[in-house]
Design a protein around this ligand. Structure first.
Ligand SMILES: [Zn+2]
Length: 160
């Protein structure tokens, strides 16, 4: 998963798309803040990050299924990628440009995975099944893996 660059990608127009936190307006009245997207500086096109797309679609489905109670939501409240990216992008200026931003994102994601694995072990020790399930769900958003099959000893190598 980390073989792909996270901070930027090529746009179809030949420009470079870089990562931003975006506020989506849903159904012309509901604000969804902190949605990680790529935006192109040349043609102004934007698209959600592939790793959050499925969860974003699920969230929009939930909003349309029930009458939304609020005018404003933060996607970072439910999605671990959005949460980590929000904190990373808010942290600084990145004078080293997208390479530095890339390193910061990868480091932040890894730190969050390590933290969630610690939480998971604690939940296992306490025999708290619902806490284990919740932690597993949050971990799977970041790693597309479950704690049982995650190889979290040392360096991670993920094909594809
Ligand atoms: Zn473009």
């Amino acid at each position: 998963m980390y073989n792909d660059k996270i901070a930027k990608k090529a746009c179809g127009c030949g420009g470079t798309m870089t990562i931003h936190m975006h506020t989506l307006i849903y159904s012309a009245k509901i604000k969804i803040k902190h949605v990680p997207v790529y935006t192109c500086a040349v043609c102004a096109r934007y698209e959600p990050l592939p790793c959050i797309k499925q969860d974003l679609v699920a969230f929009l489905g939930e909003l349309s299924a029930v009458a939304a109670k609020r005018r404003s939501y933060s996607f970072a409240d439910r999605n671990e990628w959005a949460c980590v990216l929000k904190e990373t992008l808010a942290a600084g200026m990145f004078p080293g440009g997208t390479a530095e931003l890339e390193d910061s994102i990868v480091t932040a994601i890894q730190a969050k995975v390590d933290l969630l694995l610690d939480v998971y072990r604690l939940a296992v020790d306490m025999g708290d099944r619902s806490w284990m399930d919740e932690t597993e769900r949050r971990l799977s958003q970041l790693t597309l893996q479950t704690p049982e099959n995650a190889d979290y000893g040392g360096k991670r190598k993920i094909e594809g």
